[in-house]
Design a protein around this ligand. Structure first.
Ligand code: CP
Ligand code: NVA
Length: 306
């Protein structure tokens, strides 16, 4: 059966750890992997804008000796010129893999149903699993051990929150989402994360009180308004400002590490002082998108290197 990576739940703890180790190796010894995807072509398809994901997949695939074909929001507009099913059936005849950023998770499910080459989720409304792999690769580099870490996400409960929470649970890290009332993560996904966390001796907490982040090793921010939502940031500022990651919050919580998936809105969800400060690993985190994704692609497409 074709292996896909749609939610991140495809990987258990041992598989995630071996993927993170592979990512570290690829990062440290890139020359050993420069033929890992030789002769392979991967379509990267985007229904939404992107900087990090587009560029890190494209350059990453190139560094592995493979070839990336980019379909932009016009040419990757599934369902208008032809159906999602027909996109999958056609692309799978030429390509060895399909990386897709879509508006609705269901689109990925349909792509996976009709594609006999691996489909990778590079962001949808519910998940951003490639981001979470890069986040934990960064924490692995910083801390060495992931079990027992406490990670506090502040802001809107969204796709990034969901994937971070699920991977934290898988890896045995404690997770707290601190979100204003009415902006909590999806209840079903929280339940799923709680079940996974229980097996791995970790906890999941959802709170609207910023005090819940006290004692966290890591503070994590994302935009208050995700792609597809046209609400101006100014309009939600009053609701979300208490959840801003600023110097005061860093001091109050005692956190040592600051992460943000980017794109960042400076002086909204995070201040420049913190983003550019000594505890910020945000650029390392962005770099790690490429290494984590390369490990994922190698593990899906060339077992000889795993
Ligand atoms: N973090 C992230 O996915 O960035 P892009 O939207 O720029 O790809
Ligand atoms: N939650 C954000 C993440 C961007 C990488 C969004 O979906 O727009």
């Amino acid at each position: 059966m074709t292996k896909h990576f749609l939610t991140g739940l495809e990987l258990d703890q041992a598989s995630v750890l071996s993927l993170l180790n592979l990512a570290k190796n690829i990062k440290q010894q890139p020359q050993e992997y420069n033929q890992a995807l030789a002769g392979k072509s991967i379509v990267t398809l985007f229904e939404k804008p992107s900087l990090r994901t587009r560029v890190s997949f494209d350059i990453g695939i190139n560094k592995l000796g493979g070839h990336a074909v980019y379909l932009d929001q016009q040419n990757g507009a599934m369902g208008s010129r032809e159906s999602v099913k027909d996109f999958a059936l056609n692309i799978a005849t030429w390509a060895d893999g399909l990386v897709a950023r879509v508006n609705h998770h269901q689109t990925l499910e349909t792509l996976a149903t009709y594609s006999n080459v691996p489909v990778v989720n590079s962001l949808c409304d519910l998940y951003h699993p490639c981001q979470a792999l890069a986040d934990f690769l960064t924490l692995y580099e910083v801390y060495g051990d992931l079990a027992g870490l406490k990670i506090a996400y502040l802001g809107e409960g969204n796709n990034v929150t969901h994937s971070l929470m699920l991977l934290a649970a898988t890896l045995g890290a404690d997770f707290v989402a601190v979100c204003p009332k009415g902006h909590s993560p999806d209840a079903q996904i929280v339940k799923q994360a709680e079940q996974i966390a229980a097996v791995n001796g970790a906890s999941v907490l959802i709170s609207d009180r910023v005090e819940a982040a006290v004692g966290a090793n890591v503070l994590y921010a994302d935009t208050w308004v995700s792609m597809g939502n046209t609400t101006p940031l100014e309009q939600v500022k009053a609701t979300f400002m208490p959840y801003q990651i600023n110097q005061q919050l860093v001091e109050n919580t005692g956190a040592q590490t600051i992460l943000h998936c980017q794109p960042a809105h400076r002086e909204f969800e995070i201040t420049s002082e913190v983003m550019d400060g000594a505890k910020s690993k945000i650029i390392q985190q962005a770099e790690n998108r490429m290494h984590a994704q390369n490990a994922l692609l190698v593990s899906l497409l060339n077992k000889d290197y795993v």
